[in-house]
Write a protein that binds this ligand. Structure first.
Ligand code: MD3
Ligand code: FE
Length: 199
């Protein structure tokens, strides 16, 4: 696990936010629902890239090429994120999915593993924008000790190797900790490889 605090300066955060706003205009944020229960998640989601991570009551967690509500293909991943992946991931093929999570006031994300990808040899790269998120990360078992980190606007995390299958979640978001988003809240972008490398 590598933490790059403030990897994006204020100008970089503003530029990336502009790109995210364009994606959201084409591929609106929506409320995903949990498999089986159909309970809504507290975060809003959308995606960019050839594949996007989605969930619903009927079909559960999966990657698909189209927005579940509009039926349109996801917008392209912003070039500056592709460049960040090339610089920091240590993985040659470009990311296939960019999951965009938006946390409002009481949004959180329970402890989970990211296991819906075929290829765990590629890392996951996370970029935070807006209010500070309290990030919790443990080991490969749900039990056992966890560590907490503040994920601040402009911070980048690269989760690879042993940590790729670590349990992790967002306990809460601290309101009023960034003025990047006029409406408040927090965006998190995760870049991922989904399919197995074909070599
Ligand atoms: C540790 N998102 O979308 S990003 C997710 O801030 C997710 O929205 C959180 O967990 C968020 O799945 C955390 C940091 C992160 C992403 C992937 C990881 C941490 C990770 C994969 C393995 C271990
Ligand atoms: Fe995750």
């Amino acid at each position: 696990m590598q933490h790059y605090p403030q990897r994006l300066d204020r100008a970089g955060q503003g530029a990336l936010l502009g790109a995210i706003r364009q994606i959201v205009a084409e591929a609106p944020l929506y409320t995903p629902t949990m498999p089986r229960s159909g309970n809504p998640m507290s975060v809003l989601m959308t995606n960019a890239g050839p594949l996007g991570w989605v969930t619903d009551k009927e079909r559960g967690y999966r990657y698909q090429a189209t927005h579940p509500e509009t039926g349109e293909p996801w917008p392209a991943i912003p070039p500056m994120l592709i460049a960040l992946w090339a610089e920091l991931s240590g993985y040659l093929p470009p990311p296939q999915a960019c999951l965009i999570n938006y946390y409002r006031g009481a949004s959180k994300m329970g402890l989970h593993q990211d296991k819906d990808e075929e290829d765990f040899s590629a890392p996951v790269l996370s970029v935070s924008l807006g209010d500070t998120g309290i990030f919790r990360v443990g080991g490969k078992s749900r039990k056992g000790p966890t560590q907490k980190f503040d994920l601040k606007s402009g911070d980048v995390f690269v989760l690879g190797g042993e940590d790729r299958l670590a349990y992790h979640g967002i306990d809460r978001v601290l309101p009023g900790t960034s003025d990047l988003l006029l409406e408040g809240g927090r965006f998190n972008l995760t870049l991922r490889r989904v399919t197995k490398p074909n070599c």
